[in-house]
Design a binder for this molecule. Sequence first.
Ligand SMILES: Nc1ncnc2c1ncn2[C@@H]1O[C@H](COP(=O)(O)OP(=O)(O)OP(=O)(O)O)[C@@H](O)[C@H]1O
Length: 275
Amino acid sequence: MSLKIENVSKAINGQQILSQVNLDIQTGSIVGLVGRNGAGKTTLMRLIASEMQSDTGDISLDSADLNDIFYLDTLTNWMTGYNASKAAEVFEIFYDKFDRQVFFDILTNQDLSETKTIASFSKGQRVLIEVAAGVASGATYLLFDEPLDGLDVFVKDYFKTLLLEVVEQGRSVMIATHNLAELDSLADRVFLIKDSKIVEQEKDSDIVKIQFVYEGETLPSNLLEVAIILEQRGRVYLALVPHDVLDCIFSDYLTYKFVEILQVTTEDIFRKELG
Ligand SMILES: Nc1ncnc2c1ncn2[C@@H]1O[C@H](COP(=O)(O)OP(=O)(O)OP(=O)(O)O)[C@@H](O)[C@H]1O
């Protein structure tokens, strides 16, 4: 089963936000959605959740059941005056597979009261209520916009455990986030929105990250032409370089010292693509 986004384009107020976007999300996976502020991540989620209509293209679900997608645009809009108990009643109307027990178990696990108004919860606690609602909704596809925002490390761990359970059940999660470091440990695939297009990020591409000390005066032009220098402190460099440059670097052991190969992260790719 999969969620298919085919050739989807969307302009808002004359500004092309997304053009010819294609994406196929299989069940049982965690997908990261990244991009600069205003790139179109929320817009894509709204389109998937049918809260907005695309100009062209098609978004389809094998099951053709809108209840199979969970998305809360802004938790604050319609829920803030409600307590969790009342919110659960509303979720039951929207999601016919909504499981109150699962919802309240998550709230109880995190010591969140059923009777306090949602407005009176902290930002991180409100995120948890959204996540609890998503897990309890029974929907196959859960779309979370910045779910890692404001979560402390313990709640983050709990959130990850919940996501893994969801995936074990054969469901899928899409996470739009600026928290790139967290995505590395969570997402099976990461998609980047850039210039209104969406591109899958391949971490194991031909780019490697290296840290080295360069004993010469300035880096040679053959390296500067192909490298992206992420950081420089004195003679210590951190850079992204094409894999095939490594041979030259290792053979020039008099000027390149202490060359260490490091793991390329989503943040590195983000800097490379958008920096
Ligand atoms: N209702 C709207 N009216 C006018 N412009 C809008 C509307 N919704 C989105 N936009 C514009 O569309 C673009 C994409 O917005 P979107 O919220 O999808 O970005 P985003 O990638 O989620 O950004 P962020 O990371 O800052 O949350 C922005 O330029 C935004 O101003």
